[in-house]
Structure formats: C-alpha cells, structure tokens
Design a protein around this ligand. Sequence first.
Ligand code: PLI
Length: 458
Amino acid sequence: MKKPIEPFRIKSVEAIPYISREEREKIIKEAGYNVFLISSDKIYIDLLTDSGTSAMSDNQWAGLMHGDESYAGSRNYFHFEETIRELTGFKYIIPTHQGRVTENLLFSVIMKPGQLIPNNSHFDTTRANVEAKGGIAKDLLYPWAHEPDYEHPFKGNINLEALEALIQETGAENIPLGMITVTNNSGGGQPVAMDNIRSASEIYHKYGIPLFLDACRFAENAWFIKSRDPKYHNTSIRDIVLEMFSYADGCTMSAKKDGLVNIGGFLALNNAEWNERISNQLILIEGFPTYGGLAGRDLEAISRGLKEVVDERYLEYRIGQIAAIGEMLDGFGIPYVRPAGGHAIYIDAKRFLPHIPPHQFPAQALVAALFVEGGIRGVEIGSLMFGSADPKTGKFQAPQNELVRLAVPRRVYSYLHLEYVVQALAEIYKKRDKIKGLRLVYEAPALRHFTARLAEID
Ligand code: PLI
C-alpha cells in the first residue's frame, strides 16, 4: 500500500484527551447513545465532519494578522474576490459566513414556491433550504450509485437521461436553476466526471436553465478527474478546476471544506441581475457585500486556503488518506461504500451488523460501539437520520442504506491515527454478534438524529 505522506511539517500541536473505556461506557449511556450529545473533550479521534475542522497553515494564520476590519471595501475582500475569480472564472463574488446561508440567499431570490431544483444529490441543508422556500429538491443519481459494492470511478455522476426526462416532464419554466454537487457528499463523497458536468451543462443550457455547482469539495473532485480520467492525467488541477466551473453559471460554496478554514463561504455567479438582488438580500441578513458575515481576517484565511487546496501534493496526500483507510478495511473484510470517497469512508452497517434490523438502528449502534471501543466519533446516515413511520400504517420505513460516515478533517490526523481507527473497527468486527440494537427514548419532530436519545435493547 502507498502510504499517504504529509506534504507539511508540524509547527504547533494540540493535545487530545484520552479517557478510559469504563468512562466511555458510562458517557455513551448518559448521552442516550447519541454522539452529538457528547462534549468534544471526551473524544479521542473526531471524524464527525470534515467541515470547519481543517488545520490552517502558517501562511493562513499569518493572514489573520493582515485582517483589514473596515466595514466597507476591506483589502481582504479584494484579495478574496481576485482569488475566486482566478479559480472559477465567475464575475461576481458574494461572501457569506457558511454554505447554508449561501443556499438560503440563492433560493430565496431566484426560486418561486412549487418550482423544482434537480441535483445529483442535494446535501441536507441544500434540500432543507429548497423546501423551506416551497421548492422541490430532486435527486438524480444512476441506480447503481446506491449500491455500496458497485465500483465506478465517477459514482457521483448525475443521471443524464433522468435529467432530460425530468426537464421535459416538469417544463423548463418550472426549473429556475439546476445543480451538481462536487464531490457528491450524500452519495458517499463520490466524484463527478468532467464529461458528466459538460453533458449536464449542455442539457440544462439547451432548455435555458442555468447550472450551479455546489462546489464545497471542488478541488477533491478535480483530483479524481486528474487521476481517474486518462484525458486529464497531464492537466494541472487549476486548469481542471477552471474547466469544471466553465460549464456552470455560478456556484455555492462552503469554504469550511475545500477553503481549508473553520468558517466562511461564498456565492459566485455571472448573472448581473441575480447578483444585485442577492447582494441586497445579503445586506439584510449577513452584512455589507465586502464582508458578508465574516471578519476581514476570515476572508484573508479563505483566499490563502483556496490557493493551498489546489496544490497537487496536498491533494494526493488528502485523497490518499481516505484510500488508505479503504485498503486497511479490505484487510479485515470490513464492508464500506466502494470505491473510497474523497473526504470520508462510509462503513456499510447493514452488512457489518446483519443481525440488527433497520428499526433497531444498526448504523447508530455501530457509531456508539466505535465511541466505546476507541473514543472515535463518526456519524450515522441510516434509519435514525432518514427512517420514519408510515403515517397511515405506522410501519417503519427504512432508508436504502445503513451507513456510518467517518469524515477525515483536513491536515489534522496522521496515518497512525487512521490505523488506530481501523483497528478499533476491526476489534468490533471480531465481536460484532455481541453488539445490540437500539430503541428510541426521545425524538424531536424534525432532524431527530441531532438530539435523539436511545437505549440498548436487551
Ligand atoms: O455546513 P455549511 O453550511 O457551511 O455547508 C453546507 C453544505 C452544503 N453542501 C454540501 C455538499 C455540504 O457537504 C455542506 C455541509 N456539510 C457538512 C456540514 C458535512 O458534515 O458534510
């Protein structure tokens, strides 16, 4: 196995606590088997999300000292604007404090109730923002993209035939905008091929529909295009990125991912009228258009992060970390969504714990077991997040997959940390028959996985 070697050395470290197994057993019970309810000082390796959890470089930290905190016209905004224009080619750059407010701004200005937004897969917040404004969020993956074992180099591709059929059925006038999420987070962190982005763009544009990329992990997607599509082996990441964006009319971005920062986002677009309307709305809810809810120093850290993220040695190491977890899991026969994604590994809990039925939350049981075994925090994407009772029959409706996402923060954990995670999983795998299902003790009316409390079933 080619081990991912860090293209950086360490200048500052943060101690992480390690509490005993006995304490962890007590804590998981007290937290109702929900790791969202455990304080981070009880976690040894935190793989809950790759969002806002990156380590910044010395250059980014130095950038904070160059913060110009003027209310209007801060020099950091102009650096931010120039960097994003160079990367994406888009004309207008609107700063925001994170991805979901970007979505809120976009849909509140350009979408009418009853209209439809197609995507390969909407991320939760994108779907929630479309639906909150009365729209319909439609996911259009190929059927094989839902099969954990199906190997495809670009499993995040949008289903082109389904897209064209949907546009014809719905009528282009009812689709104010189409999207593609790169990489496809909800579908396993899987990349989208350049040919797929180009073809989807042609379809959208044939019907006069603008295309926006959800660009959170644009650089990771570009790395997959470079390494998996022979036509791009000799193209630079910057050129691949520019080509990806050239097929789109704009993008939404949470800089908490490929911006390599802890907070920030932006909307970039070419349409002058939309820019004006969205900027006016921005003033209402985020701030003046040259800071958009961020400090000048944050804008500077993002500009610098966006330049670092397209470094090919960084991306080789970054994607290599996830691939290495996959190869280690293969050694133990532990099932996961294949191939390994860009920012996370998704363990297939349905096959890991076949004795636990969906209504007893197998993926959440595995999340809890991983905390007890190694102080490791992952996130459930299964029956707790998406399952529900049929309103008429009361019968439990399970989602297609029961997954545990282990998202790797950028530049934070070493190869040994990752090995430790896989070893903990392997220990659980050996004694998997002993893992018990869970039952709900408390659930909130919406987004219940954040606050639910559960208990073990004896
Ligand atoms: O967390 P935000 O509001 O900065 O970004 C929202 C968001 C939009 N699109 C995609 C593809 C995301 O992955 C995303 C946030 N993702 C989180 C928080 C995650 O844990 O994956």
